[in-house]
Unconditional design. Structure first.
Length: 300
């Protein structure tokens, strides 16, 4: 399915801003470290997370995109840090990311670890320097710390590492709850942060903030279900990374527990929840609806 036009527009804008942000650090960051950071951060991708933030910001009435771009860059730094770590031999041990050698393959393991660490810290630096009210900066930083740390993404990764045996259990309901718990933390927490951050930066009223949060939770699970389907059905060329890794590692996924057909049905249910969450946002949320359709289409 072709990506919505606004997604490529945001990706281009974010790419330029990321490049400029890294360039300003050329004289203060060790060259090899900066090269590894740049290699992974500018490796391409749809930039769905910053697009979610920017579109929720616009949907809730925000108009000054440049003023909130640091938050969009911050989430891309945080996401890229997680990808570098995820690809390491001690984690998923992958050689490809977005069609290119992974960071530890292009450089070395130690450099990859340090590049990821630097990007994680850079995310919080970018948020702390935003030209917004101090209470908003604090809220963004606190919420991102929770979403990315032991109560969010990192905690979800730990659950994922411990859950490989679930795929062979007989209790499907139990396994499904376990997988949902993993991905609400591992994938959904950062996606939800994007939506809430966009609404917060737009000074949205409580109903709009809650609508964005509900949308983020539904889209977070939709994204992961589609990703699991893609891993089971796509080629390495399609994915830009090694295909079939989940099955090869006996990972607990929606597909391994429910099968392809039921996984696609569940993805459609998550899409409907995302659409329902958009109702309080009226026509301003048309791009959010289009994004949910696009994510759904990835898993078909």
């Amino acid at each position: 399915m072709q990506a919505p036009k606004f997604l490529s527009q945001h990706a281009s804008h974010v790419e330029q801003a990321l490049t400029e942000m890294l360039d300003t650090r050329r004289n203060v960051v060790v060259g090899r470290l900066l090269s590894a950071m740049r290699y992974s951060l500018l490796a391409g991708g749809k930039r769905i997370r910053p697009a979610l933030l920017l579109e929720c910001y616009k949907t809730c009435g925000g108009t000054d995109i440049d003023s909130v771009m640091p938050a969009a860059l911050a989430i891309e730094c945080m996401h890229t840090y997680s990808l570098i770590h995820d690809d390491l031999p001690c984690m998923d041990d992958d050689d490809l990311r977005r069609g290119k050698p992974t960071c530890h393959k292009r450089f070395d393991e130690a450099t990859a670890v340090l590049a990821a660490d630097a990007l994680q810290a850079l995310a919080f630096e970018l948020l702390s320097n935003m030209n917004v009210a101090s209470e908003i900066r604090l809220a963004l930083i606190q919420k991102l710390a929770i979403a990315s740390g032991c109560q969010g993404m990192v905690g979800g990764q730990m659950m994922d590492m411990q859950a490989d045996s679930f795929a062979s259990n007989d209790d499907i309901a139990e396994d499904l709850l376990a997988v949902e718990r993993i991905h609400i933390h591992k994938t959904g927490a950062l996606l939800c942060w994007c939506c809430e951050a966009g609404a917060l930066l737009a000074a949205a009223a409580e109903p709009e903030r809650k609508a964005c949060a509900r949308y983020g939770k539904a889209v977070g699970l939709l994204f992961q279900i589609a990703d699991d389907i893609l891993d089971a059905t796509g080629s390495s060329a399609d994915l830009g990374k090694s295909a079939g890794k989940d099955a090869a590692q006996n990972k607990a996924t929606y597909v391994s527990i429910l099968g392809l057909q039921r996984s696609r049905e569940l993805a459609d249910e998550m899409r409907e929840l995302a659409m329902d969450a958009c109702q309080p946002l009226a026509q301003q949320a048309d791009t959010l609806r289009a994004l949910a359709d696009y994510i759904m289409g990835r898993g078909k």
